[in-house]
Design a protein around this ligand. Structure first.
Ligand SMILES: Cc1ncc(COP(=O)(O)O)c(C=O)c1O
Length: 366
């Protein structure tokens, strides 16, 4: 959808030490995820008295933070992740950014932070992409990853919502997630640790959930696996999601299953898009509780033919095996399944403008 430009304005303050063409090209040659940053960031400041103001694009620099800032002590924070894609004609597009704006508003509400309006969210990204247009990569499967961030910055050790908040958007050029072709990843089932509990912050995209996932993720690696799968905190029985991706199960009869949104799972934009695409192609997609036992038995019997995960960073990723101290099972023959690869292609064709955007999911930003 080629939507109308947002009306809020981010004034541009150019970076006097911006990278030279040669420096930028070297940095963009093979950028690892989240390691290379562009020259600028979008920024706005909120105070309890004045609300949002000082909307600007400024040089990407270290932040000056008082050591008593709320974010450093109590983790009052929310963030987002979305990407800008270059189409064949050189135009730049976002995928469903309104959904990310809505999720940031919901995360902010849960974290007692002020909401950023959809208009400011979109205007900040649009101005940043325009300022750092030279950093938007156009090689196959590359993109500009955008990281909006809200942090409480008031210097106070009182445990309450900050009366001063910064909204920032950073940008990172990223190459293909699987530069050597899509490869199934191995999964470790988290033992004794959960990502989020009932009434907690699982549906918010907020730092604490990710801090809680780091040790189990490390344990996955210690056990020879690439990613960790979390079970529910109440019964330690139902599958929820990976550290940064939602999970889908494909049956031999072609039906598809994904854990329902329980309040402890992050509602992925990719998840909802995958459900739409699958249903439109005539598949049945059930959203319900799924026990680890059911998944494992289905893989063992062959009733489950494919398992995949999805999210903005890796799009759609086949899961090749599932491991815990009690079992180690391979999904199908361990290779990427046809449905998994088909959904991946359908989504990437929309991202890169190779397929018609029949849902109005794409928004032009350059
Ligand atoms: C915990 C978690 N689950 C799921 C997702 C997938 O969400 P999305 O498809 O919006 O990127 C993410 C990534 O944002 C995540 O961090």
């Amino acid at each position: 959808m080629d939507s109308a430009a947002p009306t809020s304005t981010f004034d541009v303050r150019h970076n006097p030490s911006a990278a030279t063409n040669d420096e930028r090209e070297a940095a963009m040659a093979a950028p690892a995820f989240g390691e290379v940053f562009t020259d600028h960031m979008a920024r706005a400041t909120w105070t309890q008295e004045g609300g949002w103001g000082d909307r600007r694009i400024e040089p990407l620099n270290d932040l000056a933070l008082h050591p008593g800032a709320t974010i450093l002590h109590y983790g009052q924070q929310a963030f987002e992740g979305l990407k800008a894609y270059v189409h064949e004609d050189g135009s730049v597009w976002l995928f469903r950014p309104e959904a990310n704006a809505a999720r940031l508003a919901a995360s902010a509400a849960r974290m007692a932070l002020p909401a950023v309006s959809e208009e400011d969210f979109l205007a900040a990204i649009e101005a940043l992409v325009a300022t750092d247009r030279a950093w938007v990569p156009s090689t196959a499967e590359s993109s500009l990853y955008l990281r909006p961030l809200l942090i409480g910055t008031e210097p106070t050790l009182n445990v309450r919502g900050s009366r001063q908040v910064e909204f920032l958007v950073m940008a990172c050029p990223v190459g293909a997630y699987f530069p050597h072709g899509v490869k199934p990843v191995s999964i470790w089932v988290a033992q004794g640790y959960h990502r989020a509990g009932p009434g907690g912050t699982g549906t918010a995209k907020s730092a604490g959930n990710y801090a809680a996932s780091l040790l189990p993720q490390q344990q996955a690696q210690d056990n020879g696996c690439q990613q960790v799968l979390f079970l529910d905190a109440r019964e330690d029985k139902y599958i929820e999601e990976l550290g940064g991706m939602n999970v889908f199960i494909v049956h031999r009869d072609g039906s598809v299953l994904t854990p329902r949104l329980t309040g402890t799972i992050l509602e992925g934009v990719t998840r909802s898009s995958v459900i739409t695409l699958l249903e439109e192609s005539g598949r049945t997609v059930s959203e319900r509780d799924v026990t680890l036992e059911e998944l494992r038995a289905g893989i063992d019997s062959g009733d489950v033919s494919e398992v995949f995960a999805c999210g903005t960073a890796a799009v759609v990723t086949p899961l090749g095996s599932l491991k815990s101290p009690d079992f180690n099972v391979v999904v199908g023959d361990g290779s990427a399944g046809d449905l998994t690869m088909g959904v991946r292609e359908a989504l990437t064709d929309i991202y890169y403008g190779r397929a018609k955007d029949t849902h109005g999911w794409m928004r032009r930003v350059g």
